[in-house]
Design a binder for this molecule. Structure first.
Ligand code: ADP
Ligand code: ADP
Length: 232
């Protein structure tokens, strides 16, 4: 079975004039796959991510995440599914400015009711995994952009999610720093996580297995990628 199945999904926003953001999109993510979504601004990339991430529901069609039909879940059940199965990485990092790196990483575990000692220990392990073991007590404004994104990747892994969603994770980073963040995603993929990433950079998208091109709310075309970098 698949990690995610999007079937003939439409999404219309009603803010003044109705806007059809997705107009019949189907997409299957097999478990452990690594998919990049590209497309011009306004083509529906963020809308698709929000639906897969259980942050919003489709107007028509079906979204199945980890075998569960998102459309049939209550708001509370969706929140739970999101907390347990999905890790998010954002272009703007979305860290809490007053919390230390280790506290930021631990936040999703607070929501899941993990005891404090366990949270801290696991968060430190995750920070070490992303190369920031020595920055645990730093606040976001004491870290570089690349380091902040590392904290945010560690936070995305806090509940050991099967699915990692990333919306322009390198969008605010210089090339070298972005490449180092991409190495972390390659590691997640190698470890068996399913990864779905939005990017407008071809070079970044080519690190995935498959690129899905959106255009005007539909899948324009898909291409498979064989990155020489990752065949070693
Ligand atoms: P992309 O991420 O590819 O730039 P989006 O999914 O953000 O595309 O947007 C697709 C279309 O839906 C655009 O026309 C956008 O203006 C519209 N849209 C996105 N989010 C909303 C919203 N919350 N309310 C109204 N319109 C929206
Ligand atoms: P910056 O944002 O300062 O350009 P990065 O965020 O990419 O740098 O890296 C932060 C620090 O972590 C650097 O000192 C880098 O050498 C180190 N580092 C990067 N990747 C790893 C890793 N996978 N394991 C251990 N240390 C790492």
């Amino acid at each position: 079975d698949s990690a995610v199945e999007v079937r003939d999904v439409r999404k219309t926003y009603h803010v003044g004039e109705p806007v059809r953001a997705l107009d019949g999109v189907s997409l299957e993510l097999s478990r452990g796959s690594y998919t990049a979504v590209m497309g011009p601004s306004g083509s529906g990339k963020s809308t698709l991510m929000n639906l897969v991430g259980c942050l919003d529901t489709a107007t028509e069609g079906t979204v199945v995440v980890d075998g569960r039909n998102v459309m049939e879940l209550s708001g509370r059940e969706r929140t739970r599914l999101r907390g347990q199965e999905i890790g998010f990485v954002f272009q703007t990092f979305n860290l809490m400015p007053r919390l230390s790196a280790v506290e930021n990483v631990a936040l999703p575990m607070v929501a899941q009711g993990t005891p404090r000692a366990e949270r801290t220990e696991l968060s430190l392990t995750l920070l070490e995994r992303v190369g920031l073991g020595d920055r645990a007590e730093h606040r976001p404004n004491e870290l570089s952009g690349g380091q902040r994104q590392r904290v945010s990747v560690a936070r995305a892994l806090a509940n050991d999610p099967a699915l990692v969603l990333a919306d322009e994770p390198t969008g605010n980073l210089d090339t070298d720093t972005g490449d180092r963040i991409m190495e972390l995603f390659a590691e997640l993929h190698a470890a068996g996580n399913t990864v779905l990433m939005v990017t407008h950079e071809r070079r970044i998208a080519e690190q995935s297995d498959r690129i899905v091109h959106l255009l005007d709310g539909t899948v324009d075309r898909e291409e498979s990628v064989n990155s020489p970098r990752r065949s070693t």
